[in-house]
Design a protein around this ligand. Structure first.
Ligand SMILES: [Zn+2]
Length: 330
C-alpha cells in the first residue's frame, strides 16, 4: 500500500481478541453510523516544509502509522492515564484486559460502507475490492451453480498479499489435505489418486486486474490493458518485469477457457498487468500451477488498487459472476 493514503481518513477496527479461557471476542468498531472511528494523524501543511521534501514512499513512515484511540485521562490515574481510560472502556465493552491484546488480531481499515460511484452510479467505491470483489463473485457463482459431472470447489485463501504463506495461505497443505480427505471418504487411499486429481483439475485464479486509468496512461500498454466495463479480465500471465513469479497459462487451456466463455456469451477481455518495465504483481495461480493444474488468472478490473477507496464497475462484477458460473458448467 501507499502509506500516505491511510492518514487523516476515518478508520474502523475489525478482528478478534482470543482469551486464555478459550473464548473469542469479535471486535467491530467504526462501521455502524453511530460508532466512533479512529484514525492516523498527519502533519499540518503549515509545518510540513521538511516533510514535503521527502519522496512519496517516505513521506509517511511505517512507524508513523500509530492509531489515535482516545484523549481523556482516567480520573485518579497519574501515569498513562489516557491509556488507562481506554483499557477501562475496552474492559467494560468487551470484557478484555490489556494482556488479552497479546492474542488479538485486529485490522485497521477504512471506515464506512461501499457506495455507488459516479453520477451514473455505474461503479462501486469501497476498500478491499482486491480481492473481495472476486471472492464474493466466486462464492455466489458456486452457490448458484447447478451440480454437474465434476466436483466444484471455491477456495478462499488468506495472506495473498504477503506471499500466500502460513496455514491459511494458498501455499498451505489445506486444499491438498481436503482433497485427500474426500478421496479417503470414497474409499480411495492411493497417493497417486490425489496427484491425479490435482493434475486433472482446472482452475480460475480469481483475482483483480489493474484497470486502465486515463489519468495515468503512461504505465500501461493501451493495447494490453484492462478497461472498466469491458467484462471479466483474463491474464494469461501476471508477474514482474515480464513473467517473473508468474503462472503462465498454457495456450491449450486458454483456448478451452475461451471456448467456455464464448459458449456462454460472456464478455471478457485479456490484459497484462501494466507495462513490462513498470512493475507488476502476482497471484496464487502459480501455486496450484505447480501441482500441474491448469490455471489462469481471471477477475475484475480495479482502479486505485490497494488505496482506501478502490473502484470497480458494476457491469464487470456481474460479468465475473456469470463467467465463474459458466466456467463451473463447462
Ligand atoms: Zn493486491
Amino acid at each position: 500500500m501507499k502509506k500516505y493514503q491511510y492518514v487523516t481518513i476515518p478508520l474502523a477496527l475489525h478482528g478478534v481478541v482470543c482469551k486464555t479461557d478459550g473464548s473469542v471476542i469479535d471486535v467491530n468498531i467504526g462501521d455502524d453510523p453511530g460508532d466512533p472511528v479512529v484514525g492516523i494523524s498527519d502533519l499540518l501543511i503549515h509545518l510540513s516544509a521538511d516533510q514535503l521534501q521527502k519522496t512519496a514512499a517516505k513521506v509517511i513512515g511505517g512507524e508513523k502509522l500509530d492509531v489515535t484511540v482516545g484523549s481523556i485521562p482516567l480520573e485518579g490515574e497519574e501515569k498513562d492515564a489516557v491509556k488507562a481510560n481506554i483499557a477501562k472502556l475496552l474492559n467494560e465493552k468487551y470484557g478484555i484486559g490489556e494482556e488479552d491484546l497479546l492474542s488479538a488480531e485486529i485490522e485497521v481499515v477504512p471506515a464506512g460502507p461501499a457506495r455507488d460511484y459516479g453520477l451514473d452510479r455505474s461503479m462501486v467505491a469501497g476498500y478491499g475490492h482486491d480481492d473481495r470483489v472476486c471472492a464474493y463473485t466466486s462464492l455466489m457463482a458456486i452457490l448458484d451453480a447447478e451440480p454437474g459431472e465434476y466436483t466444484y470447489c471455491c477456495i478462499l485463501v488468506d495472506k495473498e498479499e504477503i506471499g500466500s504463506v502460513g496455514a491459511t495461505g494458498a501455499a498451505s497443505a489445506f486444499f491438498e489435505n481436503t482433497v485427500a480427505e474426500l478421496l479417503y471418504l470414497t474409499g480411495d487411499k492411493e497417493y497417486i489418486s490425489l496427484r491425479r486429481a490435482m493434475e486433472n483439475s482446472r482452475m480460475l485464479s480469481s483475482d483483480v486486474s489493474a484497470g486502465f486509468d486515463p489519468l495515468f496512461p503512461e504505465v500501461n500498454d493501451p493495447k494490453n490493458a484492462a478497461y472498466l466495463n469491458n467484462g471479466i479480465v483474463f491474464n494469461k500471465y501476471t508477474g514482474a518485469r515480464g513473467k517473473s513469479g508468474s503462472n503462465d497459462a498454457n495456450p491449450e487451456y486458454v483456448a478451452w477457457v475461451r471456448g467456455a466463455m464464448d459458449n456462454a456469451g460472456i464478455y471478457f477481455q485479456t490484459a497484462e498487468l501494466g507495462k513490462v518495465d513498470q512493475g507488476g504483481g502476482g497471484t496464487i495461480a502459480y501455486i496450484l500451477g505447480n501441482m500441474n493444474m491448469n490455471v489462469i488468472d481471471a477477475g475484475v478490473a480495479v482502479l486505485n488498487m490497494h488505496a482506501p477507496m478502490e473502484i470497480v464497475a458494476k457491469a464487470d462484477v456481474y460479468e465475473a459472476y456469470l463467467a465463474y458460473k459458466a466456467f463451473l458448467k463447462a
